[in-house]
Design a protein around this ligand. Structure first.
Ligand SMILES: NC(=O)c1ccc[n+]([C@@H]2O[C@H](COP(=O)([O-])OP(=O)(O)OC[C@H]3O[C@@H](n4cnc5c(N)ncnc54)[C@H](OP(=O)(O)O)[C@@H]3O)[C@@H](O)[C@H]2O)c1
Length: 292
């Protein structure tokens, strides 16, 4: 099984490389970061896909700087839409299956029950709009799946868990948003879900939601991270936490208030989402090992 991975140095890309290396010797992986394959370069995408002839293209690359996108819509469009068109075209032309990742930010956040895949989208930010257009671009390839996920964390890159650890060490007290709700998702679990899709017969196509099990707020997520970091010996003392409303932490991009997505459809396809809570321990252990 030949898999072309894009965005290999991001959170999901790094976890996918680890998984392939550790558990899937039957996967011939061509892992490319931006310096090896800039997916917004149509000619480069066509050339590499034509040469490698992958069975599957897993696009883990994206413009993920949600706030920066508000002042750089063109940059976000190039990576989140134009580049996905390049991948979809190459996948279609060379008969590869395309796995593409999208986001809860395609919804407007005004709900009180989990979003289903077929619920109308209404993105509230440039990032969300470009990711929605990217979904449509991905699905121009007949053999493609779009996995919408949320609140991604891991031992790699920049994410909320690592920010909380850093701030928890630097400050005695933290104020954390408590009126946005969603489901954290470990990047390694997204990698595992992608691997299950790669080996599924037949592979599911269309849009699916995949996020960690258990709804929380950023406050709840921060509290769990910091408490577990104290237990793991990565933090000396629990900082004092204060829940605050979004209005007290203005950002250039508007965030959805309610981001919980229903994962019934992917579970029915045999791919089971897992709880994010024990994944915090796993990531903390990995970070601890990398420090020692
Ligand atoms: N992070 C979240 O909380 C979250 C939530 C929901 C959905 N998602 C989605 O999940 C997917 C994976 O996210 P992630 O957190 O793993 O992202 P990430 O850590 O930010 O990684 C994205 C990777 O894409 C690369 N990239 C950007 N532009 C590129 C280009 N033109 N060509 C090739 N590579 C390029 C980046 O490289 P550079 O480092 O060189 O820029 C980076 O390594 C994305 O589709 C994202 O939209 C993420």
């Amino acid at each position: 099984m030949k898999v072309l991975l894009t965005g290999a140095s991001g959170q999901v890309g790094s976890c996918f490389q680890d998984l392939a290396k550790e558990k899937f010797p039957q996967v011939t992986l061509l892992a490319t970061d931006r310096s090896q394959l800039d997916i917004s370069d149509a000619a480069a995408v066509e050339r590499l896909v034509g040469q490698f002839q992958p069975d599957v293209i897993f696009n883990a690359a994206a413009y993920t700087a949600v706030d920066r996108a508000e002042s750089d819509p063109e940059g976000a469009w190039n990576v989140n839409v134009q580049a996905v068109e390049n991948l979809a075209l190459a996948a279609q032309r060379h008969h590869a299956f395309l796995i593409h990742i999208s986001t809860d930010y395609v919804f407007n956040g005004e709900a009180d029950k989990p979003w289903a895949e077929d619920h109308p989208c209404d993105p509230q930010s440039i990032y969300g709009s470009t990711k929605l257009a990217g979904e449509k671009a991905a699905l121009t390839c007949e053999q493609a799946i779009v996995l919408r996920t949320s609140w991604v964390f891991s031992e790699y890159g920049n994410n909320f868990l690592k920010t909380m650890l850093r701030l928890g060490k630097e400050r005695p007290a933290l104020s954390i948003i408590d009126d946005q709700r969603g489901c954290p998702t470990y990047a390694g679990d997204i990698a595992s879900a992608a691997m299950e899709i790669i080996f599924a017969a037949p592979r599911p196509t269309g849009i699916y939601h995949y996020s960690g099990v258990g709804e929380t707020s950023w406050f709840g997520f921060a509290e769990a991270i910091l408490q577990k970091a104290c237990v793991a010996g990565l933090l000396e003392k629990m900082p004092e936490l204060t829940p605050i409303p979004t209005t007290q932490f203005p950002t250039p991009a508007k965030r959805p208030k309610y981001s919980v997505m229903s994962t019934q459809k992917i579970a029915a396809a045999g791919i089971m989402p897992v709880s994010w809570l024990p994944r915090i321990d796993l990531v903390l252990q990995k970070l601890k090992t990398s420090l020692s």
